[in-house]
Design a protein around this ligand. Structure first.
Ligand code: DC
Length: 225
């Protein structure tokens, strides 16, 4: 069994915030795998490579590494530098969803993600962590919310939507990402059969975090006794 708390879910479901808080509460490392797909899209855009088909040769030139900060949170470095806010733009998010449908990209990033598993429990967040990357993860959660609620949450996140975007526009771009992420033939977004599904509509972030910690904590208490 891999020592991983897998937290999957659709765009703007709140899973990053939740995953980060769970990792902080447990004092363990947190890895956001969406950053990897975003970094591939960003690097391709910078190099003027069309996003439709990312060549394998180009992927091999990318240096994608995670460096832990003082809190144990892993921050992605692309070619030796933190891309920071550039990774969070709406354009890069849409590009990430497009490159994520390509088998060569997923194959390339599979090894990077599996390299994180080890002796110590980690929190890893994405779309296919519980289904493809770590099907044997110790804990699996699928965090979701209604499309309306997710659009409201995304609109509230500064820097992630174009200036002046309306709720309807944000809802449309989220729906398009849901469609792309769920309908792709390879590693589509879906809950693992053994994942605990948490519909966070109407829940606060601390409530979701507490639900996950209860499950993880209850398990470790049972194992000790
Ligand atoms: O979680 P995010 O919004 O940063 O993810 C950006 C895109 O990357 C998302 O639309 C789909 C893709 N992705 C993926 O296919 N598999 C993952 N494990 C994480 C992200």
């Amino acid at each position: 069994m891999s020592k991983v708390i897998a937290i999957d879910g659709p765009a703007a479901s709140g899973k990053s915030t939740v995953a980060k808080a769970v990792a902080e509460a447990l004092h363990i490392a947190y890895v956001n795998t969406g950053s990897l797909y975003r970094a591939v899209a960003l690097a391709a855009q910078r190099a003027g490579i069309p996003l439709e088909t990312i060549p394998e040769g180009f992927l091999k030139t990318l240096r994608l590494t995670y460096r832990p900060d003082d809190s144990g949170k892993y921050e992605l470095e692309l070619d030796g530098a933190f891309p920071g806010a550039e990774l969070r733009t709406a354009e890069v998010a849409a590009g990430a969803s497009r490159v994520a449908a390509q088998p060569a990209v997923r194959e390339f990033l599979l090894g990077v993600q599996r390299g994180f598993a080890g002796e110590r429990l980690i929190v890893m967040e994405g779309r296919d962590i519980g289904t493809v990357i770590f099907p044997d993860a110790e804990y699996k959660f699928f965090v979701t919310a209604t499309p309306e609620e997710r659009a409201r949450r995304r609109l509230a996140q500064a820097g992630e939507v174009p200036d002046g975007a309306t709720l309807a526009e944000v809802a449309r771009s989220i729906a398009e990402r849901d469609r792309q992420d769920s309908c792709r033939p390879i590693a589509p977004l879906k809950p693992a059969p053994d994942a605990e599904i948490i519909d966070t509509t109407g829940m606060t972030i601390p409530e979701v975090v507490a639900a996950i910690l209860r499950r993880v904590g209850a398990d470790s208490t049972q194992r000790r006794s």
